[in-house]
Design a protein around this ligand. Structure first.
Ligand SMILES: [Zn+2]
Ligand SMILES: [Zn+2]
Length: 359
């Protein structure tokens, strides 16, 4: 790929104003690399930025779930070389606030996300610090590589939930993140894995990803059916992968004594749930949150080939089709939507089978 001075990018100029336009690119400076993004996941956060409900620094190139190929390395970069396939851990931390100094970088006062406050990967080129680029096995299909970022968030969620193998888990919501949670739960030996989602296609996805039972919460018998699967005790682990007050209220009711409830979905800031403190006390419940991916990107790279994430059905759109891609993500046209700056074949891995031998 020859060097270019400008590249086509998905740039958001403000709420409701997202454009495919040419933006300048530059050579990598000391400690930086330039990558050609091959597959970039479209996520709810992107829709929220474009919709104006997630704060961003405009104008900004979108895209924080990035897999690409290194095309140029700057001075003082030893660990990467042109041709390497990499995934990006898309955050910049101040390193100086109390949280950074306590090893809780993800809670940093001055955290900046690539694709949110710094230019992201939905572009022909992305320049980034080499230390946030993680090398992937070369046979990894780039769209699977782009799932490393949401998977790293799921790994942190599981760390926070801290479930025990051989015990049941209830997952509300089987969007892409909920589906990856199911795959992780399966790999950790949780059983039975019960999923609640009102959409039939997402219940199918949950079953494909390893859920034992998938129920429609709109079905009046669903809560009883789920509880019955635990011998009437309720679930020691419950995941809200939706992000809503109603789901949290239901989750509290479905937890067993001593149960842990993970708030993993992104609720609207103004949502309020009704919680009875006596229930938290008497049933010794724990509610935990999980935000982004502290020190879990490396582990997600390790897990990536083991989870069968090619069971997700992808859809690919060009940089100039961003509006269609956002719509497809919102209506759930596919399990997961990607921007493919170099086309679908490059995003799929040049026609290589998605499931690589030995995975
Ligand atoms: Zn995301
Ligand atoms: Zn900080």
């Amino acid at each position: 790929m020859p060097p270019t001075d400008t590249v086509l990018a998905v740039r958001c100029h403000g709420p409701g104003d997202v454009r495919a336009e040419r933006v300048p690119t530059r050579s990598p400076g000391p400690g930086e690399v330039t990558i050609a993004p091959l597959a970039v996941g479209v996520c709810g956060t992107d829709s929220h930025i474009v919709g104006g409900s997630f704060p961003a620094a405009f104008p900004v190139v979108l895209g924080h779930e990035v897999c690409g190929r290194v095309v140029e390395v700057g001075p003082e970069v030893d660990a990467l070389a042109p041709g390497d396939l990499v995934t990006v851990e898309p955050h910049d931390y101040c390193t100086a606030c109390v949280y950074c100094r306590l090893g809780q970088e993800h809670l940093c006062d001055h955290k900046r996300g690539y694709g949110v406050r710094l230019d992201g990967g939905m572009a022909g080129r992305m320049v980034l610090p080499a230390r946030i680029a993680y090398r992937l096995p070369p046979e990894t299909p780039p769209w699977i590589g782009a799932l490393t970022e949401p998977l790293a968030c799921c790994v942190h969620g599981m760390d926070q939930l801290d479930p025990r193998s051989g015990l049941p888990v209830l997952v509300y919501g089987a969007g892409p993140a909920g589906a990856m949670m199911v795959a992780l739960a399966r790999s950790r030996g949780l059983a039975p894995i019960v999923v609640m989602d009102p959409r039939a296609d997402r219940r199918d996805l949950a079953l494909r990803m390893g859920a034992h039972v998938a129920l429609d919460p709109g079905d009046p018998g669903s809560a009883d059916a789920a509880r019955e699967l635990t011998g009437g005790l309720g679930f020691p682990s419950v995941v809200d992968a939706v992000g809503s007050a109603r789901v949290l209220e239901s989750a509290l009711g479905m937890a067993s004594r001593g149960g842990r409830i993970l708030v993993f979905g992104v609720a609207r800031p103004q949502d309020e749930a009704r919680i009875r403190p006596n229930e938290i006390f008497a049933r010794e419940l724990t509610i935990v949150g999980a935000v982004i991916n502290p020190y879990t990107h490396h582990r997600a790279v390790g897990l990536l080939p083991t989870l069968g994430l090619d069971r997700l059905r992808p859809a690919f759109f060009g940089v100039d089709e961003v509006t269609r891609a956002l719509d497809a993500q919102t209506v759930g046209e596919a399990d997961k939507v990607f921007i493919a700056p170099y086309g679908e074949e490059a995003a799929r891995g040049g026609g290589c089978p998605a499931r690589v031998a030995g995975w």
